[in-house]
Each structure stands twice: as structure tokens, then as C-alpha cells.
Design a protein around this ligand. Sequence first.
Ligand code: SF4
Ligand code: F3S
Length: 106
Amino acid sequence: SFVVTENCIKCKHTTCVAVCPTDAFREGPNFLVIDPVSCIDCNLCPVECPIGAIFEEDDVPEDQKHFIALNAELAAEWPEISIVKDALPDHEQWNNVPNKLALLER
Ligand code: SF4
Ligand code: F3S
């Protein structure tokens, strides 16, 4: 399945959710995840993320492999999101900031 990775944290543009045919996205306070059970690997969402946070599971960067399990874990807890909303207010200053995982809110 496809996986949301670190750069989404504290940005959360949500444009990805508009194209998903199975409503596979789940929403937390400052991050989105993809439910691996719902994702059908259609490959529509990666280009919709303006900051390149979505990867096919096999293409997740080596230093972010832990996000595969994290998407599955949080997808079981968080509610579905299928309607685009505003990005988080400080998204520009957080784009490409390293080590944002410590800032993930659950
Ligand atoms: Fe949804 Fe397709 Fe992205 Fe999977 S790859 S999360 S089915 S848009
Ligand atoms: Fe996150 Fe990109 Fe979607 S920032 S909410 S994965 S459009």
C-alpha cells in the first residue's frame, strides 16, 4: 500500500484525500496516515501532495521505513478524512524540517 511519511507532520495539506477512491486516509491532529487495508495501490495520491510526503511502500526512504508500521497503527485509531481542508497554519516553516516525528500528536 501507500504510506504517508515524515514531511506531512505539522504541514497536513490534505489535498491527497480528494483523489482517493477508497477513502483510505485517516486524520490525526497534525498528520495523516493511509489505512493499508483500504488502500488499493491506485497511485493517484502521491502527486497530489505538494511536499512529496507519500510513497509506495517499497519506495519509502530507508530512514523512514518506520512510517510503514506507524501508518497501520494510527489508521486503526484515527477517523476517516475525505474532504480537503486548510493546511496547518505554519506549514511553510515546517516543510522539510528533519526529525518531525517527535512532534507528532496522537
Ligand atoms: Fe488512496 Fe490510491 Fe493513495 Fe491508496 S494509492 S491511499 S487508494 S489514492
Ligand atoms: Fe500530508 Fe501531503 Fe496529504 S502534507 S495531508 S500527505 S497532501
